[in-house]
Write a protein that binds this ligand. Structure first.
Ligand SMILES: [Zn+2]
Ligand SMILES: [Zn+2]
Length: 275
């Protein structure tokens, strides 16, 4: 097995620790930490590997592991102090990098926004869940989102000029359509240092400014509430299974559906007409 195929084996948060029954707690802890140390080191998550080796040194180690753990905790010191950046979960609300071992669980350590994971790769998806202001029904919210806002065309940002001996393509900075004038982005701000999670609550005017393409809605049957997610990277597409409402990077989802003819999570057959 190549090292790269192990990538999803180190999910962020604490979920990796949910083992089955172990004969002894100590043995279980040792096995978990030992595996975590080895895998995170192999993947380049050196900070996490250091942490695991430090914890291991506080445990009683059976003789057969002794040499390997001693060698590991010695040689890890020759590695960088940080984890490889691609492995570190990024919060799309506040743009902070999160530690691989997160005491708070699957939420951002900075703004406490819960992460939304892909159900196939377990990568953090570029989505932020938001809530409707008091008094807005789901039907109204959907109709407001569906009102397509006139977006500035991408092409119009580039001004092409032709002269006798030169062809110039100029980027017009004043026509920024994705930047600071998005009312939703303004809603993402939060109070620094607060220990409470402050959800993103949107008003009618913010809903009106959203494009249908950037919003995913989990339409749960009553009495459950619908859940709304806004994509923060409109160019990277996310697919939601219409049956289990799990979300995936569209590329992953399409490949898996082609391979198995069903949703990779709930196994709903692609030809099944029911939702
Ligand atoms: Zn955050
Ligand atoms: Zn599904």
């Amino acid at each position: 097995m190549s090292k790269h195929s192990l990538a999803p084996a180190v999910p962020p948060g604490n979920s990796v620790f949910q083992h089955g029954d172990c004969a002894k707690d100590g043995q279980c802890q040792l096995n978990t930490l030992f595996t975590l140390a080895k895998q995170s080191r192999a993947l380049g998550a050196y900070k996490l590997a250091r942490h695991a080796y430090d914890k291991l040194r506080g445990l009683q180690i059976p003789a057969r592991f002794q040499k390997s753990i001693e060698l590991g905790s010695l040689t890890i010191r020759s590695k960088p102090f940080h984890d490889r950046e691609e492995l570190v979960p990024l919060c799309y609300r506040c743009s902070s990098n999160n530690p691989l071992l997160n005491n708070l669980g699957n939420v951002c350590v900075n703004c406490r926004q819960p992460f939304v994971f892909s159900a196939s790769s377990y990568e953090v998806l570029h989505l932020v869940e938001f809530y409707l202001e008091e008094g807005i029904t789901d039907e109204e919210a959907v109709s407001l989102i569906d009102l397509e806002v006139p977006r500035h065309k991408q092409e119009s940002k580039w001004q092409e000029t032709m002269s006798d001996n030169a062809q110039t393509l100029r980027l017009d900075e004043t026509m920024d359509c994705t930047g600071s004038n998005d009312p939703f982005t303004a809603k993402l701000s939060f109070e620094q240092g607060g220990s409470e999670f402050v959800p993103v609550v949107v008003s009618r005017s913010v809903l009106r400014s959203m494009s249908r393409r950037d919003v995913l809605i989990k339409r749960w049957p009553p009495p459950l509430k619908w859940q709304y997610f806004r994509s923060l990277l409109p160019d990277v597409s996310v697919t939601m299974c219409p049956s289990c409402f799990q979300m995936f990077h569209s590329e992953d989802y399409e490949l898996l559906v082609l391979q198995h003819n069903c949703c990779p999570y709930c196994r709903r057959h692609i030809d099944d007409p029911s939702p």
